[in-house]
Every structure is written in structure tokens, then in C-alpha cells.
Design a protein around this ligand. Structure first.
Ligand code: GDP
Length: 202
């Protein structure tokens, strides 16, 4: 399954609109501004497949990008979930995140893995932890330390160790992989792409 075959599929604003055919899915999650849209676009070699809403935290829908041959129904989906943690997000919107995106992660059985995008200059926050509570413990997790071009080598090494410790402390039994990633320089791009493609192929 090639990520570069991605095209817009559908927007899901409520549970009843979710695909029911059990087509394999990989979800992308991350705080607003972490670099999630940029990462999706880079992985799919597209300029504007995913885009962050002008008002972060406003769009609470799930966006499904279809993979596979263009003249055939989707063979797999990449699913962009709304960014969380934007300070000005009204409580009602935050609750709707839990209701749709949270429930989707926890209960929609088609997921093969979850990609967590972290801005490498920030700590793993309480909100990231909260998000991870939705993700079933048997699902593999790929953590992209995004915007790696913004840190020097030694800073990056320190951050990497710190994030790694935090994530290991979660004690999830499923595979957890961390990739230092930059959409700007292409660092980690091919590795991440292959990793996700493997999830969808097996
Ligand atoms: P999202 O809210 O998580 O979808 O975040 P975006 O993808 O919209 O990125 C947020 C900001 O970070 C934008 O200004 C991007 O241009 C910037 N950004 C994203 N990825 C990178 C990266 O790899 N390197 C650098 N330097 N900036 C990035």
C-alpha cells in the first residue's frame, strides 16, 4: 500500500458516518500545531491533502484519506484526527473531541496503528497522555518527533531520551517506535513512510 496514492476520501462528523467495511486504517493524532498536517502531506507527497484549520481546534471532524488505485474503492485509509490542546478551544468542542475522535480511537476496530505527532521542542504533555488513554494498548504506536530541524544534534538527543523514557513508562505491551522527523529536511520521512505502509500491508 503506497502512501503516495492518498487522496481525499470522506469527512466524518459523527459516529454513524464511519466506514463499516473494516478497511484497514492508520490514525494520526497530535496537539494543534505539532506538525501533523505537514507530516501527512510530506508522507503522501502532497501539498494540501491535510490542512490545519485556521482556528486550531475548531474542526472536530475526522478526515479520511483513501489509499490504493484511484479507479477502485479505497483499499486503506489514513485518518486525520482533530488537533487537541489548543488553549482557546471551548469546553464543548473539547468534549466533542472525546466523543468522536476519542471513541473512534478506542472502539473502531479497523485501526492497524496510530501515529502520534509531537513537536520535538515540547514535552509530552498531560493532554498527550490523555489522548494515549484512548488508544487500545494492543495497537502499535509510531511517534514522530516532528520539526527536528529546529533543534541541534545534542538537544535532539536529550529530547529523544526524555520522550522515550516518558513513553516507555506507559508500559504499553504493543510495539512503540520513535522516529526523529522533519518535513522540511526529509529526515525520517522514508523510514516513517515504510513503517506505516508495513502496518497496512500486514
Ligand atoms: P498541525 O496543527 O499539527 O497540523 O500542524 P501543522 O502541520 O499545521 O504545522 C504547524 C506549524 O509548524 C506550521 O507553521 C508548519 O509550517 C510548521 N512545521 C511543520 N512541520 C515542520 C518541520 O518539519 N520543520 C519546521 N521547521 N516547521 C514545521
Amino acid at each position: 500500500m503506497r502512501l503516495i496514492s492518498a487522496r481525499f476520501g470522506t469527512t466524518v462528523a459523527k459516529w454513524s458516518q464511519l466506514p463499516t467495511a473494516g478497511i484497514p486504517e492508520v490514525a494520526f493524532v497530535g496537539r494543534s500545531n505539532a506538525g501533523k498536517s505537514t507530516a501527512i502531506n510530506a508522507l503522501c507527497q502532497r501539498k494540501r491533502l491535510a490542512f490545519a484549520s485556521k482556528t486550531p481546534g475548531r474542526t472536530q471532524a475526522l478526515n479520511f484519506f483513501a489509499l490504493g488505485r484511484e479507479d477502485e474503492p479505497a483499499a486503506a485509509y489514513l485518518v486525520d484526527t482533530p488537533g487537541y490542546g489548543y488553549a482557546a478551544t471551548p469546553l464543548a468542542v473539547r468534549q466533542s473531541w472525546n466523543l468522536l475522535a476519542g471513541r473512534y480511537l478506542a472502539e473502531h476496530g479497523a485501526l492497524r496503528g496510530v501515529v502520534l505527532v509531537l513537536d520535538c521542542r515540547r514535552e509530552v504533555t498531560a493532554l498527550d497522555h490523555k489522548l494515549l488513554e484512548f488508544v487500545p494498548v494492543d495497537l502499535p504506536l509510531l511517534v514522530l518527533m516532528a520539526k527536528a530541524d529546529k533543534l541541534g544534534k545534542s538537544e535532539l538527543g536529550q529530547t529523544r531520551r526524555r520522550i522515550d523514557q516518558t513513553l516507555q513508562a506507559l508500559d504499553r505491551p504493543s510495539p512503540l517506535t520513535m522516529i526523529v522527523f522533519s518535513a522540511n529536511t526529509g529526515q525520517g520521512l522514508e523510514t516513517a513512510r515504510e513503517h506505516i505502509e508495513r502496518w497496512l500491508d500486514h
